[in-house]
Design a binder for this molecule. Sequence first.
Ligand code: KIV
Length: 269
Amino acid sequence: MSHQAHPTKLTPACLSKMRAEGTKISMITAYDYTSARLLDQAGIDVLLVGDSLGMVVQGKENTLPVTLEEMIYHTEMVARGAGRAIVIADLPFPVVQLGVESALNASVQIIKRTRATGVKVEGGENRVPVIRALLEAGIPVMGHCGLLPQDIRRLGGYKIQRDAETLRRDVRAVAETGVMAIVLECVTADLAREITRESTVPTIGIGSGSGCDGQVLVFHDMFGFTDPAAHLPKHARRYAHLGEVVTDAARRYIADVRAGSFPSPDESF
Ligand code: KIV
């Protein structure tokens, strides 16, 4: 089944079919209705309401402060803008860390109060009981192995993951639960390619080379909305410089207002 054969809503099963056909999966983070609508119109396969919103939308230091209510607020907007794309919401810290009941309660709220397709769970073998419980409740799950931003306190920084044995074990355990796909974050390219070959479910890479079954980028990184002075991760290709476009347009507007040339008679009633 080619992805062009899905003019209507994609389902989690479509991701495995795309993999089987050799069609790469495209995923971008989204946090509001307008960006979701634009990305959906462009033909994106998956919209991820990432807890990265803590950093790129809220300007915080990491993803840890993001709350369940905030995830629901943003996911509801994104799902309204998505026609064809699958919509996945991150389970924010510490929903999964608090165990099965906490993860079930939070995921049920996300599914009932938004039109999300499913949720994403960070973690490896240690998160299998949570993932199984969600799948048994009929909630589709995307896994996330490799660099785990919710573990930033323990990791001490956003570092490339090279421990092949741990990564293989984690991806195997998470894949066996029947998740729709697994995000592989910051894994060396050769290892990510091998893990992808061995995996029974599609992998979606970020900073993990071209050997994954799909790719994901953070909206603000790829469209040039992040602070130009801030460090852009090596993997984040910048497809546009929209931050500069906005600043330039705002400068021209300010100049027009100050000069009294906006609004013109044609723009007045
Ligand atoms: O929160 C997020 O945006 C993510 C991606 C980096 C995969 O989890």
